[in-house]
Each structure stands twice: as structure tokens, then as C-alpha cells.
Write a protein that binds this ligand. Structure first.
Ligand SMILES: C[S@@+](CC[C@H](N)C(=O)[O-])C[C@H]1O[C@@H](n2cnc3c(N)ncnc32)[C@H](O)[C@@H]1O
Length: 343
């Protein structure tokens, strides 16, 4: 079994990290031996992901352990949705037509099933998701990729009540999300926690592409947050989320194309991975000298991402992280770029 070996004291953080990214093999128990834990993984990780884990957790090792891991499932325990998929759609999973990973956003679950699977089977899978995933009332399937300026995707209802608005909880705050009208990904929860831990009470944050405000609200410790988005539904929900989380004095919602907005700050969040490279000049206008840009982009490694800044400013890379998988061997990555002086 492919696993990672970590010190016991780091175990919970590593487990949570792997769980958030769908890399933890939940079918098997974590093995304890002396001062170490052996955490089972769903697959051999790509070098970029192993590198990411090594930079986050001291002394982590990756290895193939010959010994058997104990199965988690006991006789009477209710079957999980993952078990159901593995039992009934092994071939389809191997062919990439049915995915074992899915997103739960409040009472809504979003599955990844190919159009090549017939509609009756898709609905059958949906009914089982409704039955087996706790607290879910609506099951959708991703109908295509993320599109357009608003970065949203089409969904197909597979089971349950048709409802797109839901209340989602993470990291101690709550967010209203409309899964059809705005972009939202629960897979960024870890990343938001990482950014939250960097924010100080003196910071002026500019969240250039805020959506319903998960990064802005995660930065609530800052002195001020300018939260900008071009999608009116996102800003409408952001306003509700500001009320809900009692951060009216901190967050300024702005409905506009960020290119028209004149603000400045020492921490700039660019969470528009597919097109952020087009907005680097604007981010450099916004950021104060000595400030940090959190630059999210898509790539196989970090080299191309860094090049974007080379001719434009004197900079220092404070951090490089893989945020999540995007496509086979492609990732959403983030660079924390400290801008020392603009050329
Ligand atoms: C990938 S989503 C990220 C949303 C949010 N940060 C989150 O994590 O949920 C990118 C957001 O940028 C917004 N957007 C796209 N182009 C924009 C522009 N020119 N100015 C302001 N917002 C823009 C979209 O409407 C979308 O909500």
C-alpha cells in the first residue's frame, strides 16, 4: 500500500490536508508504529504534490508498505457512497467516466460523471448519493467546464429537490452559495486557512475576484478588505455573507470589473487561476511597495508562473504551493509574490 510516514504529532494536520484534497484512502485505517503514523493514500502522488507535502510537513516520507493495512469497514456499518461506486462502477472509474471525488456544498452534492454514462444510470448514481452521503438534499452532476467571465458551470439535476442556494460552513465562518450563479469551490478551504494565517490586523487586503467572499471573510482579521467582483449575484451573496458573519465594518463590497476600480493595499488576492496572468499589471497598480500578491494560476510547475513577474518588478517569492489538481498533470498553483519595487 502506498502511504506517507509522519511523526505522530503532525498526523492530524497531514490527515486533514490529505482529506481536503481527496488523497486520503479512507477505506483503510492509519497504522501506528512507535513515534510514527503511516497514512494510506489513494494513489502514488506526482512529484509536485510530494514536494508540496515535504515543504509543509517536516520529515514526511513516501513509501510502499508491504504490510497489510486494516480495512476500516466493519460488518454492519452503512456502505459509503465511495464504497457503492467502487462496488458497482469499477471499470467506469478506471476509464475516467465516473469519479470518486465529489464536492459537498451545504446540502448540495456535485458529482463528476461523464455524459457517456446513460441518463438512467446517472440518475441511479444520484439516488444513491442522496441516500449515502449525510445531510444531502440535492444531487447535481457537472455538465461541463467552468466558463465565461463569471467562472460558472452548467449543472444537471440527478436526484432530490431542485435547489441551487445553500449555506456552507468552513474554518469558522458561513457562506451563502448559489452553485449555479456563482463560482465556489470547497476544495480551496485549506488554501483560505493558509491565507488567513498570514493576515495581520494592519493589512489592507484587495480581493480582486472575490465571488461570494470566502477569501475576504477568511481575511476578517485585516484592517480593511476591498472585495471586488464583476458578477452581480456574487456581490449580492457577498453582502448577505458580510451580514451573516458580522464583518460589515471590515469588508467593502464592490460590483465592477476590477480594471475600473481604484484601490490599493498591501495584500492582493488574485483568485482567477485561468486568466490571472491578464491582470498582473492591475495587481501591480494595486499593491503597495513591499506588499504581497497571492497569484493563483494554472501550470505543470512554478517556472512559467514566475516568468510573468520577471520583466515587471523587483520581486521575491515567499511561497509556492499546489492548491488542487486541474487536469491530468496540471494544477492550480499559487505564488506568494512580495513586490519590492516596480520597474
Ligand atoms: C475563480 S472565481 C473565484 C471566486 C472566489 N475568490 C472564490 O474563491 O470562491 C473568479 C471570480 O472572478 C470574477 N471575475 C472575473 N473577471 C473579473 C473582472 N474582470 N473583475 C472582477 N471580477 C471578475 C468572477 O465573477 C468570479 O466570481
Amino acid at each position: 500500500m502506498y502511504c506517507c510516514k509522519v511523526y505522530r504529532k503532525e498526523g492530524e494536520r497531514v490527515r486533514k490536508y490529505l482529506l481536503d484534497r481527496g488523497l486520503l484512502n479512507r477505506e483503510y485505517k492509519i497504522k501506528k508504529k512507535g513515534d510514527f503514523l503511516y497514512i494510506p493514500l489513494i494513489r502514488r502522488l506526482e512529484p509536485i504534490l510530494e514536494g508540496e507535502l515535504r515543504s509543509l510537513f517536516s520529515n514526511i516520507e513516501f513509501l510502499e508498505l508491504e504490510e497489510e493495512f486494516q480495512r476500516r469497514r466493519c460488518g454492519k456499518k452503512k456502505m459509503s457512497f465511495r464504497d457503492y461506486l467502487l462496488k458497482n462502477f469499477k471499470e467506469e472509474i478506471e476509464e475516467g467516466l465516473v469519479s470518486l471525488s465529489y464536492d459537498v456544498i451545504g446540502s448540495i452534492v456535485i458529482l463528476q460523471i461523464s455524459e457517456k454514462i446513460d441518463i438512467e444510470t446517472r440518475k441511479e448514481i444520484g439516488k444513491n448519493a442522496l441516500k449515502l452521503i449525510p445531510s444531502v438534499k440535492t444531487v447535481f452532476r457537472k455538465k461541463g467546464g467552468i466558463e465565461g467571465d463569471y467562472r460558472i458551470r452548467k449543472l444537471e439535476l440527478l436526484a432530490g429537490v431542485y435547489n441551487t442556494l445553500t449555506l456552507y460552513k468552513e474554518n469558522g465562518y458561513r457562506l451563502w452559495v448559489d452553485v449555479e450563479k456563482v463560482y465556489f469551490s470547497p476544495r480551496l478551504s485549506w488554501e483560505r486557512k493558509r491565507i488567513r494565517e498570514m493576515v495581520s490586523s494592519k493589512d489592507i487586503v484587495v480581493d480582486m475576484f472575490c465571488g461570494v467572499g470566502p477569501f475576504s471573510i477568511a481575511c476578517r482579521k485585516a484592517k480593511k478588505v476591498y472585495a471586488i467582483d464583476i458578477n452581480p449575484y456574487a456581490i449580492e451573496l457577498l453582502k448577505r455573507n458580510i451580514e451573516l458573519n458580522k464583518v460589515k465594518d471590515k469588508i467593502v463590497p464592490i460590483l465592477d470589473d476590477v480594471r475600473n476600480v481604484e484601490v490599493s493595499g498591501n495584500r492582493v488576492i488574485m483568485n482567477l487561476p485561468k486568466y490571472s496572468y491578464k491582470f498582473v499589471d492591475k495587481a501591480l497598480d494595486i499593491v503597495e511597495d513591499g506588499g504581497v500578491i497571492h497569484y493563483y494560476t494554472i501550470g505543470k510547475d512554478f517556472k512559467d508562473a514566475e516568468k510573468v513577474f520577471e520583466s515587471k518588478c523587483d520581486y521575491e517569492i515567499l511561497g509556492r504551493r499546489v492548491v488542487k489538481s486541474y487536469a491530468p498533470r496540471e494544477y492550480v498553483i499559487v505564488l506568494d509574490v512580495k513586490v519590492n519595487k516596480q520597474i
